[in-house]
Design a protein around this ligand. Structure first.
Ligand SMILES: [Zn+2]
Length: 192
């Protein structure tokens, strides 16, 4: 068991090691016993993931919405892994067009000044996907793009944004893959 005791496909065991919501989103697929495990198998799973990233949904999720989530996640995963497939980009753009941050310009007479307020957005799956697509595009076009890394464990599919000062982070997390690598190295040393 690769992620022994740490991850299960039950609710609330999502891996939030990405340092970025978009990377945490693609990390909803993990490897367990050399098999790819889907952490967003059901509408209930998706609801739990939304809760784990503090995204409060206004209503229940439909099966079509779950399918859209999985579809967009694949496009984002491909782009984060340096694919520049036009279909992936088109799909991300389709969702960017649904990103409506609901900023509102108002004029405050008493203060005699303009204010820009952030009205509470409708918390729907569509607006979540719009936000994820937009954040993904921003990330891909930022200086941070070079710090998007895959875990050094070849049996791990997790990604992360390396925000360390030295930019030498190698593992999704020390607890999951770092310690395993360290233990394997130690074991090898003892054998030699
Ligand atoms: Zn890993």
């Amino acid at each position: 068991m690769i992620y022994s005791g740490y991850m299960k496909t039950t609710n609330n065991n999502f891996v939030l090691v990405g340092n970025h919501i978009v990377i945490d989103f693609v990390n909803t697929q993990i490897m367990e016993d050399a098999l790819l495990v889907e952490l967003l198998s059901t509408q209930e799973d998706l609801k739990s993931w939304c809760e784990s990233v503090d995204y409060e949904l206004d209503k229940d999720i439909t099966s079509d919405e779950l399918a859209s989530v999985i579809e967009l996640r694949q496009c984002i995963y491909n782009c984060l892994n340096a694919s520049n497939n036009q279909d992936d980009i088109a799909k991300i753009n389709e969702y960017i067009s649904k990103h409506r941050p609901n900023n509102l310009l108002t004029f405050n007479k008493a203060q005699n000044s303009f204010n820009l307020t952030h009205e509470r957005c409708a918390h729907t799956i569509e607006s979540l996907l719009g936000k994820l697509a937009y954040e993904c595009a921003k990330l891909l076009c930022s200086d941070q793009v070079k710090n998007i890394k895959n875990c050094s464990n070849p049996h791990c599919v997790l990604m992360f944004l390396d925000t360390s000062r030295t930019k030498k982070r190698r593992w999704c997390s020390m607890e999951i893959c770092g310690n395993r690598a360290k233990a394997a190295k130690h074991y090898k040393k003892q054998l030699s």
